[in-house]
Design a protein around this ligand. Structure first.
Ligand code: ADP
Ligand code: F6P
Length: 327
């Protein structure tokens, strides 16, 4: 193993830079050179790359975003472009590829591994924490704290005005962020896909709970943390409907992409450092088509194909605490 290629792909996540730092420093320790391809799979298709040296990854671990840039790359869905990726890898004498990204990026990596012997290892980086094979993904802790900070601030104004707020957090199709920050913020209600609520009943269920809560507590702030995509028409539409239904003005706040940015937390930097180093060591040991993850504190390797099965559950104990509180 002489040269390793690296990409960051899909939704960027705080801690991706710490993973790059760790990969380059571990590789350097083993006398392996690193090359970074830019903008996810686009850089591999179009062969846009630069050397990653110890000097140019120094003091980047704290930075949000990714120094390699990230992007979606629909061309990867076509075989001819996946062949082009392999050509780029061969032209640059790449002996191993590390893909830092989410389960979509890993599906792409898995397809590449079907048409080349060059080994590929995934490192889970996404704020959604929706990847099978690692208890936590790089970026989830930082995004949780960023969302929590925003919700705490909204609680101040909600308290002052005794208002109802719906706060939409990211997560694509996963309620990991919503449940985590909803519990931490003592949200009065949390709605996320794992609760399998019939969309037609959401307004009715929430309204019922608000009414009984206000009867018990008098005028008070009331915060609903909602995972994106839980209510088909979005948080703003839900707020309007609720306002009509309960006759109290309800505000909506969509936290959006702020959750993806900011300084990476200590937990994300250390996780990224471990998983990045383990990815390099796994390449050296001859592994291929797997993701480096951490389960119950142990470093693990999971077949890339199995990282997107969607079997990862939200913490059942937390979910139960929330459900008991709601009732
Ligand atoms: P994430 O990796 O964060 O889940 P995406 O799902 O957007 O983000 O995937 C990132 C990129 O991975 C896509 O833009 C595409 O280039 C590649 N990708 C995703 N799914 C596939 C697939 N089924 N086949 C080939 N490439 C894919
Ligand atoms: O996967 C990370 C994520 O931030 C999701 O939480 C969100 O649904 C999606 O990416 C947003 O994608 P985009 O940046 O393309 O709007």
């Amino acid at each position: 193993m002489k040269t390793v290629g690296i990409i960051t792909s899909g939704g960027d996540a705080p801690g991706m830079n710490a993973a790059i730092h760790s990969i380059v420093t571990t590789a350097s320790f083993h006398n392996i050179q690193c090359i970074g391809f830019e903008r996810g799979y686009n850089g591999l298709i179009d062969d846009i790359h630069h050397d990653l040296t110890l000097a140019n990854v120094k003091h980047i671990s704290h930075l949000g975003g990714t120094i390699l840039k990230s992007a979606r790359c629909p061309r990867m869905l076509e075989q001819k472009y996946r062949n082009q990726v392999i050509e780029t890898l061969i032209n640059n004498s790449i002996d191993g590829l590390i893909v830092i990204g989410g389960d979509g990026s890993f599906q792409g990596a898995h397809l590449l591994s079907q048409i080349t012997d060059i080994p590929i290892i995934g490192v889970p980086g996404t704020i959604d924490n929706d990847i099978d094979g690692s208890d936590y993904t790089i970026g989830f802790d930082t995004a949780s704290n960023t969302a929590l900070d925003a919700i705490d601030k909204i609680r101040d104004t909600a308290d002052a005005f005794e208002r109802i707020f719906i706060i939409e957090v990211m997560g694509r199709h996963s309620g990991q962020l919503a449940l985590n920050v909803g519990i931490a913020a003592e949200a009065e209600q949390i709605i996320c896909p794992e609760m399998a609520i019939d969309p037609h009943l959401i307004v009715q269920n929430i309204a019922q709970h608000i009414n009984s809560y206000l009867i018990d507590n008098g005028h008070a702030s009331y915060i609903i943390v909602a995972a994106e995509n839980t209510y088909p028409d979005g948080a703003l539409a839900l707020a309007e409907l609720l306002t009509k239904q309960i006759g109290i003005e309800c505000r909506a706040s969509v936290l959006g992409h702020m959750q993806r940015g900011g300084l990476a937390s200590c937990a994300d930097r250390t996780l990224a450092t471990k998983l990045g180093a383990f990815a390099v060591e796994s390449l050296i040991s001859g592994y291929n088509n797997v993701m480096s993850g951490q389960v119950n504190g142990q470093l693990t390797l999971t077949e890339l194909e199995k990282t997107g099965l969607g079997t990862k559950q939200v913490d059942p104990y937390l979910l139960n605490i929330y459900t008991n509180k709601l009732n």
